[in-house]
Structures are given as C-alpha cells and as structure tokens.
Ligand binder design. Structure first.
Ligand code: CA
Length: 226
C-alpha cells in the first residue's frame, strides 16, 4: 500500500507508536495526532486514505471528529478504536459514519485486514454518476440525460460538462476550462471556450425551460440551478 496516507488519532503514546510503526512497515505514511484538536487541524489540511480514530480523546472526542468530518464533506474512511466492547459505543460510531471499528486490544494483522476491507468497499462506492438538478451524467458510459431525455455530446462537450458538474454552483474560470478540456495555456484561447459553451447550452439548456449553465461575466461559467 505504497503512497497511502494514514492519520492515527490516539492519545496513548504507546498505542499511537504501535499503530504508526506497523503502518509504516506496511508502506504507509503516517501522521499522529494525540488530541482531537490537532486531529481536526490535520484533517482540514490534508487528504488521508484512512483515519484510525480513538473515541476518548482530550480536546475534541472521536464522536465529534467524525461528525465534523462528515458535516464538512470529508469522505475519508474511519475505523474507530474503542476501548470497551460496548455495543452502544459501536453502534453510535457506525451511526455517525464510521466505516468499521476495532475493540482494543487487537492484533495488528486484524487492523490491516479491516483497512483493506474498508478501502476495497470505498472503491466500490465511488460515484458512477453525477446529478445536478434534472441533469444526470453517467461517468462510466459518458452519457448524459436530462429529464429522461438522452443528450448526445461530443467527447469535448462531455469533458466540458463534467468539469462544470464536478463543482456545481461554483464558477469555473475560462482559463481553467481551456487548460482542463483543451490543454491550452493562454487567455487568447478563451473564445474557444465561449463557442463550446454556447454549443453545449444548445443541447443541455435550450430544449428545457430551466437553464443550468450560467455565465459569470468576465470570469467563466457555473453549472447549477439559479
Ligand atoms: Ca484515549
């Protein structure tokens, strides 16, 4: 599991070292947070592949951390490390969005097995479609449907729509579009972008009463409901 990043949130130094060493030996890069506030600081700054989260922590407890993660759209899988084999604690963790839990003490091989399972599950649930209002993009077949009506797009048009759809309701600048869709660097290419957006609108918006593609004058384009 090379190149994978783990965050270990554990206030007992011995346990944190045990986890960190084991993960490092398995090719993981590891950050350790020994209190909840430090953990939250890490989570806001970095993208992790897994979070191992102790429940009872100084600062912010494990429950609050996972609640904050999910509320802030941080999708990283979380494995809870609970001290007691308490059913209530486990259910609460899973209810709050934990992916699995382990009751301490546990064998390191058991933890690695759980991590593998959670990561595999995560891959299975990566989104295969995006939906913005009544518009749906099939990310596997590259098909687009609006109000159950299939819309025929060229590969470039699909790439452009997908770029806008990945950040709905956020302005995507012309330069970013030119770079991402046409791999062009200069601003003088922005005319290509405008022409392409016009063509896309003709297919996505004109046949329907509610436009979804909006221009932000001098900046770029937004996909979303207004
Ligand atoms: Ca603890």
């Amino acid at each position: 599991m090379d190149g994978m990043q783990a965050l270990v949130v554990e206030d007992e130094a011995k346990a944190a070292t045990f986890l960190s060493n084991g993960l490092s030996e398995n090719g993981w890069a590891v950050d350790i947070a020994n209190d909840g506030k430090i953990a939250w600081g890490f989570l806001r700054e970095k993208r992790y592949d897994i979070v191992l989260l102790d429940v009872l922590l100084p600062g912010i407890d494990g429950w609050s951390i996972i609640r904050q993660m999910r509320a802030n759209g941080i999708p990283t899988p979380v494995i809870f490390l609970t001290a007691r084999d308490s059913l209530g604690e486990r259910i609460r963790g899973l209810d709050l969005g934990a992916d699995d839990y382990l009751v301490k003490p546990f064998a390191f091989s058991e933890l690695m097995a759980r991590i593998r399972t959670v990561l595999r599950r995560g891959r299975d649930t990566t989104p295969t479609s995006l939906r913005i209002a009544d518009l749906e993009l099939d990310l596997i077949r590259h098909r687009v449907v609006r109000r159950n009506q299939p819309i025929d797009l060229t590969p470039k048009e699909f790439a452009l729509l997908l770029l806008l759809a990945r950040t709905p309701n956020e302005v995507v600048g012309r330069r970013v579009i030119a770079k991402e869709v046409w791999n062009m660097e200069t601003a003088s290419d922005s005319n290509i972008v405008d022409v392409a957006v016009r063509r896309l609108r003709r297919k996505i918006d004109y046949p329907f009463d509610k436009p979804l593609i909006h221009s932000v004058y001098g900046v770029g384009y937004v996909l979303g409901e207004r």
